[in-house]
Design a protein around this ligand. Structure first.
Ligand SMILES: Nc1ncnc2c1ncn2[C@@H]1O[C@H](COP(=O)(O)OP(=O)(O)OP(=O)(O)O)[C@@H](O)[C@H]1O
Length: 703
């Protein structure tokens, strides 16, 4: 059985502003109405885009997609062929996401928004949504809209006045659904109402002038139309929604001529788009971890890629010669994206009061997959539209259990007590997340920090004890060997008694060591079980103060490090990832995660960096002596790479030579030999190319 693959439509815009077009982008078969099928789970080879290699004109790259539109294509054509059929899916209670993707000035905003005289996808979707609403028989439907922008990785509500628009937090509820807290959801009753709202909101969006586009979008904009359909006969509610995403365009700053502030925007845009690429790459690789959390864009829209919604990507292309490389990049991204499979679900809530079952009998019903509702329609060409995904969704499923009397049901919206005409989000907000535990945010904050810190302190103390024991054991062994050597020259009787003595000393020590090891392991497990409360923790990460987040993140790093030193790389990796949820912007931590991922994937060892020296303490210790100066571990290079062994050994020797932590001139203290992939996103090369040695300093001290 196959899942529902992301649908790709490619659109080439006409030349503007005297752009030079050498005709090297050609459309082979423009999409026809009949070839378009929203439920199609892959591309057909009926249409394709061909691009001449800018570096080798004899080479032509061909990109087959379901729908390809040339320069003369119209907004209407794209809407009717590819977008309109999606609205049936929304009215089936499924989430649909449509992205416009492409380099700056390729026509994304034109495609999504259009102009007054030539409206794009968004105004057309809204009109059709209202038309369909009027045609509903069984259900009564209400529509609402939300509109946000992600500007420099911060989320803003575009439906409120920009001057007082605060940054909005991204949260996850206990069902694993990601949402933007405090985002307005405004009910709309007519096309006119929407138009007025949308026109006002669009003015709030961040735009700026660059050499390539005088009105370039500096943010990603996500407009969502929600539809809640109630069936009074069966007392069920269906919730569908469509996310219409106008992404900011990737930018080549040599061409844009950006100034410093534009550069900062550009960096944020390019970073989030690169995370989008990494998400697609990870999904294609079937990776155990998909880096949704690495940017707000992917986090908010994670349901669209590898999740429970139906997704379409409109790739916008610009014809100018200067865009050739960007065109190839966009098309390559599209090729990778079309292999991403989603597992759409119908968001249905049963409002009937259910008899309370005995707790032992509570079993979540199997999730209802979209095919049951998405009956073949004429537009869908009679094919079953959505099949279950064999690999399963990467995104936690939406809860679609009946609400019954136990309140377990999916609650898409609850009417908020806030501003008139507003709806608060999905029945789950800051207050409820705290209230479910009966604690205030501050209390949770304090408890978590304390608990983690205490556990980590205890763990580190135990590790110290363990090390001391190991050293005792080693000393005892050496003593025994020395005794053995000296006794070898004596009589046989003496020899046997000499053997007895050291083993008697050693046994209890080793036993204690083993016991401690077991205890340590069980504590570790216990601690990690506590930390395993994934969803709760995510919410906690969101509500903790920055200082507590940092502390908690640091505590996780310390734990992770302890595991990594023990060689439990998978556990270490999980803990580093947890740390990342508290300090998502720490690039060193991200690098560490990539390194360990690489090591785990390739079954290599990982050489952790030495604990960074704390200057003040080292001086104090130095003053008071007492033999407590920094300890260095002997690190063995586990991933032997051609040409690297020497360096690794050298680093090891230097650490040994420096003995008590004094830094020698020319030693590599603070850096380490790591098993880092050449390029985390470099498909195929990862396993062959020797990982680069990277400098990685003091990650544990500053996550
Ligand atoms: N299909 C089209 N027909 C006519 N003009 C178009 C078309 N597509 C784009 N344009 C024009 O090209 C210019 C750039 O388009 P647009 O602003 O939509 O690009 P963009 O991809 O959204 O850019 P950015 O990422 O910088 O925001 C605009 O002047 C727009 O009117």
């Amino acid at each position: 059985m196959s899942g529902h693959k992301v649908k790709i439509a490619a659109r080439l815009r006409p030349r503007i502003n005297g752009e030079i077009d050498d005709g090297s982008i050609t459309i082979q078969h423009a999409a026809s109405t009949s070839s378009s099928d929203p439920s199609s789970s892959g591309s057909s080879s009926s249409s394709a885009i061909s691009v001449t290699n800018p570096h080798n004109p004899s080479q032509v790259f061909k990109f087959p997609f379901t729908s390809c539109y040339g320069e003369s294509s119209t907004q209407e054509e794209i809407f009717e062929n590819d977008v309109q059929p999606m609205i049936d899916i929304v009215y089936s209670g499924v989430t649909v996401t449509i992205f416009a993707y492409g380099v700056t000035s390729s026509g994304k905003t034109h495609t999504m928004q259009g102009t007054k005289t030539d409206p794009g996808v968004i105004p057309r979707v809204v009109r059709t949504m209202f038309l369909k609403q009027a045609q509903l028989r069984r259900y009564t439907a209400t529509l609402s809209v939300s509109y946000m922008e992600i500007y420099k990785d911060d989320v803003y509500d575009l439906l409120v006045t920009r001057d007082n628009a605060p940054k909005l937090p991204v949260r996850e509820n206990d069902r694993g659904q990601v949402f933007v807290a405090n985002l307005s959801h405004i009910p709309i009753n007519s096309v006119e109402e929407f138009d007025a709202l949308y026109a006002r909101a669009t003015k709030h969006r961040s735009t700026g002038s660059t050499n390539l586009n005088h009105a370039s979008s500096r943010s990603h904009a996500v407009l969502t139309i929600n539809v809640i359909m109630s069936d009074s006969q069966s007392d069920k509610t269906l919730t569908g929604k469509i996310n219409l995403v106008d992404l900011a365009g990737s930018e080549n700053n040599k061409l844009t001529g950006n100034d410093a502030s534009r550069m900062a925007e550009s960096a944020a845009i390019n970073k989030s788009l690169s995370v989008l690429g990494q998400v697609v790459h990870a999904l294609n690789q079937n990776a155990s971890r998909i880096p949704y959390r690495n940017s707000k864009l992917t986090r908010i829209l994670q349901d669209a890629l590898g999740g429970n919604s139906v997704c379409m990507l409109i790739c916008n292309l610009a014809p100018g010669v200067k865009f050739r490389q960007d065109t190839l990049n966009t098309l390559n991204f599209a090729v990778r994206t079309k292999n991403v499979e989603n597992k759409p679900v119908v968001n249905e809530r049963d409002n009937r009061v259910q008899p309370k079952p005995h707790f032992a009998a509570i079993q979540p019903p199997p999730p209802k997959l979209a095919p049951a509702v998405l009956q073949p329609t004429s537009i869908m060409c009679g094919r079953p539209s959505i099949m279950p995904n064999p690999r399963g969704s990467r995104v936690p499923r939406m809860s679609i259990y009946g609400a019954g009397g136990n309140g377990m049901g999916y609650q898409p919206f609850a009417v908020g007590g806030g501003a008139k005409g507003r709806m608060s989000h999905a029945g789950y907000d800051e207050k409820s997340s705290s209230m479910t535990m009966g604690l205030t945010d501050k209390e949770i904050d304090e408890r978590i920090s304390k608990a983690v810190e205490m556990e980590v302190a205890r763990r580190l103390e135990e590790r110290e004890k363990e090390r001391a024991l190991e050293e005792d054991a080693k000393r005892a062994k050496e003593q025994s060997q020395r005794a053995e050597t000296s006794i070898l020259g004596s009589s046989t009787t003496e020899q046997s008694s000499a053997h007895t003595l050291p083993s008697g000393v050693l046994t209890p020590l080793l036993k204690r060591h083993r016991d401690l090891d077991d205890e340590l392991n069980s504590r570790l497990q216990e601690l990690e079980q506590k930390f395993e409360r994934g969803n709760k923790e995510t919410q906690l990460a969101d509500v903790l103060s920055p200082v507590s987040k940092k502390k908690t993140g640091r505590a996780y790093v310390a734990l992770a490090r302890a595991h990594s030193e023990k060689g439990d790389l998978q556990v270490a990796l999980d803990l580093y990832r947890k740390a990342e949820s508290y300090v998502p912007d720490n690039t060193k931590l991200k690098e560490r995660i990539i390194e360990i991922e690489w090591a785990v994937k390739h079954d290599k060892g990982f050489v952790p960096s030495p604990k960074p020296e704390k200057k003040a303490k080292a001086t104090r210790k130095g003053k008071h002596g007492a033999g407590t100066s920094l300890k260095f571990e002997v690190v063995e290079p586990t991933a032997k790479l051609e040409g690297e062994d020497k360096d690794v050994h050298m680093a090891t020797e230097e650490r040994l030579e420096t003995g008590k932590g004094k830094r020698k001139k020319g030693t590599r203290f603070g850096s380490e030999a790591t098993n880092r992939p050449t390029d985390a996103g470099d498909e195929g090369n990862e396993s062959q190319s020797p990982p680069k040695r990277q400098k990685l300093v003091a990650i544990d001290e500053d996550p």
